[in-house]
Ligand binder design. Structure first.
Ligand code: ATP
Ligand code: MN
Ligand code: MN
Length: 301
């Protein structure tokens, strides 16, 4: 009984002191979803989202006038977000430090939403040690015209390959066109090794199955194939975080799923803003409660 109580109380929507202005402003014209509804979504998922986004250098996609108007990717700020959106100095290639943003509370998260943020993207490392990756992500990007069936079987191929070298993985629907296959890591390996591993694995897969995969950057070489975007695994690169909304048609969200569920899922935009109750319930379920967690290190390749 105690355990259930503790669990449900920690999964109540966050009530914060953040004032959301223009709650009636339509942010997603196709589905008439407003800024207020988006803020309510994020308040609800804050407890299940912050374990992933929290304390990670982040980038945001901001669309202050809604997703149909001007949107921009933002990773630095001079202080306009206030104190709940925190800053961490990170050395750039030339050695000088730049302040990166992170949140670690529902207030920080909601402040970003108040400032017009729709999407939250995070580094593959946490602020405690930004030089050590705590996740690998294989971002499977289908060429135009490929249906989700192809993405799904590609995801299973990656699961099997990574499993065979000792890495457990977890699938995430991006809410866009593809799937991210994520291998959590104990933060030990440096970026150079992580990127090298991801690059070599992507190349090996593309060489073994060139009809379905490519790891080549030029778009022309992606025709009819799935591009294995291994570049998510380099220092400073970001990936969309679990439960982030997407600035796309219909207000889809990035959603963790189980491999079992993947067998039957028909599109990467399966969950949307408005599904927060279901997402919270799912996150507490036995099948998903261990999602994204595994004590494992980068294997030799
Ligand atoms: P989809 O399933 O549609 O591919 P996605 O989130 O994987 O969705 P990608 O276009 O593959 O989208 O991008 C992968 C990641 O690259 C994003 O999650 C984001 O973190 C990062 N990214 C995308 N656009 C930019 C940008 N303009 N500047 C910096 N990083 C970006
Ligand atoms: Mn992608
Ligand atoms: Mn990509």
């Amino acid at each position: 009984v105690l355990e259930t109580e503790a669990r449900t109380s920690s999964l109540r929507p966050a009530s914060t002191s953040v004032k959301i202005s223009n709650r009636e402003r339509v942010i997603f014209p196709e589905s008439q979803i407003t800024k207020g509804q988006l803020a309510d979504y994020y308040a609800a998922v804050a407890p299940i989202m912050l374990p992933w986004l929290g304390s990670r250098p982040m980038s945001m996609v901001r669309c202050p006038q809604g997703r149909a108007k001007k949107c921009f990717f933002q990773k630095h700020d001079a202080g306009s977000f206030g104190e709940t959106v925190r800053q961490v100095g990170i050395a750039e290639k030339d050695g000088h430090e730049e302040p990166y943003l992170y949140v670690d509370t529902p207030e920080g998260l909601l402040t970003c939403v108040q400032m017009g943020t729709i999407e939250f993207h995070g580094w593959g490392a946490r602020i405690e040690d930004v030089e050590k990756a705590d996740r690998l992500v294989f971002d499977l990007d289908p060429d135009e015209g490929l249906d989700f069936e192809n993405v799904r079987s590609a995801a299973f191929q990656f699961r099997d390959i990574l499993k065979s070298i000792g890495l457990e993985t977890f699938p995430m629907l991006t809410g866009g066109k593809g799937v991210h296959v994520i291998a959590p890591l104990v933060p030990k390996a440096e970026w150079h090794d992580v990127k090298d591993f991801a690059h070599r694995l992507a190349q090996a897969v593309a060489q073994a199955d060139p009809a379905h995969f490519t790891a080549a950057l030029p778009k022309a070489q992606r025709k009819g194939r799935i591009f294995v975007d291994y570049l998510r695994n380099q220092r400073g690169a970001t990936a969309v975080m679990p439960y982030s909304a997407r600035a796309r048609d219909g207000a889809p969200v990035a959603a963790p799923v189980t491999w079992k569920e993947m067998e039957a899922i028909d599109k990467p935009s399966h969950f949307h803003v408005g599904d927060e109750k279901e997402l919270i319930k799912r996150a507490a379920s036995k099948a998903l409660s261990g999602w994204g967690r595994a004590d494992q290190v980068l294997p030799d390749l």
